[in-house]
Write a protein that binds this ligand. Structure first.
Ligand code: 13P
Ligand code: SF4
Length: 318
């Protein structure tokens, strides 16, 4: 019924309706920086993966509407089994999480029985359940530094973040060969051209980027760290090598500065946009609240196993 009405484009004021539904349902809207600006505007909280996990854990709402991707909403469910967790589009997955299926990862892990398993939060609940500690791009270095020197480590699923953390900490780690389609799309050649055309612009990058790009970056950090950096750094121009959704908050915070999105290899391919994050729309956000669906669920046995390494992460990143 509602879908039909929307198909005929009635005059639904989505913003007003979402605010009303939020009140009615005692819901909170959490959004990642890669969401579109209209969704970011409606969110109660916007953050990186670690901040969003913390917010989900401390939330007093009955319903968490997660505007992000599936693994983020799953994390909220692992931390809040009693709450209704909604994701506007159930197909909002993640190439990195998909690159690490549980059966293959179990075989891999069994080859290194004495290794501690550190998994980047961008993975499924099944992989979390097979892990000892979860990390995000903002706490991975801090957590690795707390692990005794003689303890061998498996790092999954992002080989780029793994390599970056290994180079920062000097720790050798066995890496799972996963990566993100968005952060591997950036063209070295085009970024070099941009740097030449904009000599005052600093290249700032997310650690999911490949090492040849990270080597050129002036600053490397999680989405929140990149946002904080541009607010304190004296420069006025930046080439931003991560999903361009973050630029919405950068421009809001620093309207006098210029932010240039790092381009992909293909001309006008739009491939620096995360196709999963961008599946969420304001219309789907409204519909998931009206329908109280799609809802995140998982077997309790997986949830309980996945909770332990997530709690360990929260403890170790305090
Ligand atoms: P952040 O934790 O830095 O926000 O990263 C999430 C993500 O998916 C990056 O691709
Ligand atoms: Fe996954 Fe990459 Fe999209 Fe982040 S940007 S959600 S790692 S596909």
């Amino acid at each position: 019924m509602i879908k039909e009405l929307i198909g005929n484009k009635p005059s639904i004021d989505y913003e007003k309706e979402i605010i009303r539904l939020k009140e009615e349902m005692n819901a909170v809207i959490l959004a990642h920086y890669y969401q579109t600006g209209d969704i970011q505007e409606l969110a109660d909280f916007i953050g990186d993966s670690l901040e969003l996990a913390r917010k989900a854990k401390e939330s007093k709402a009955d319903v968490i509407v997660f505007c992000g991707v599936h693994f983020m909403a799953e994390t909220a469910k692992i931390l809040n089994p009693e709450k209704l967790i909604l994701l506007p589009d159930m197909d909002a997955g993640c190439s990195l999480a998909d690159s690490c299926p549980a059966d293959k990862f179990t075989e891999f892990k069994n080859k290194y029985p004495d290794h501690l398993v550190l998994s980047y939060i961008n993975c499924s609940s099944e992989i979390k359940a097979l892990s000892d500690i979860i990390v995000t791009s903002s706490n991975a270095e801090k957590i690795v530094r707390q692990i005794p020197e003689n303890q061998p480590i498996i790092f999954a699923p992002d080989k780029n973040l793994g390599k970056y953390i290994a180079s920062k900490t000097g720790r050798e780690m066995v890496l799972w060969e996963g990566s993100c389609i968005v952060h591997e799309t950036f063209s070295d050649r085009k970024i070099l051209e941009l740097m030449l055309q904009n000599p005052k612009a600093k290249l700032i990058a997310h650690p999911e980027c490949e090492d040849h790009l990270l080597e050129k970056a002036f600053f490397i950090g999680s989405t929140s760290a990149l946002l904080k950096f541009v607010q304190t750094d004296p420069s006025t121009e930046y080439i931003v090598a991560t999903e361009p959704g973050i630029i919405y908050q950068m421009e809001k915070a620093m309207p006098a500065k210029r932010f240039i999105p790092a381009p992909g290899e293909e001309e006008s391919c739009n491939c620096n946009n995360c196709p999963y994050m961008k599946l969420n729309t304001i219309e789907k956000l409204y519909l998931c609240m009206v329908n109280r669906s799609p809802e995140i669920t998982m077997p309790e046995v997986i949830r309980v196993k996945a909770l332990r390494p997530l709690e360990k992460m929260l403890e170790m990143s305090n």
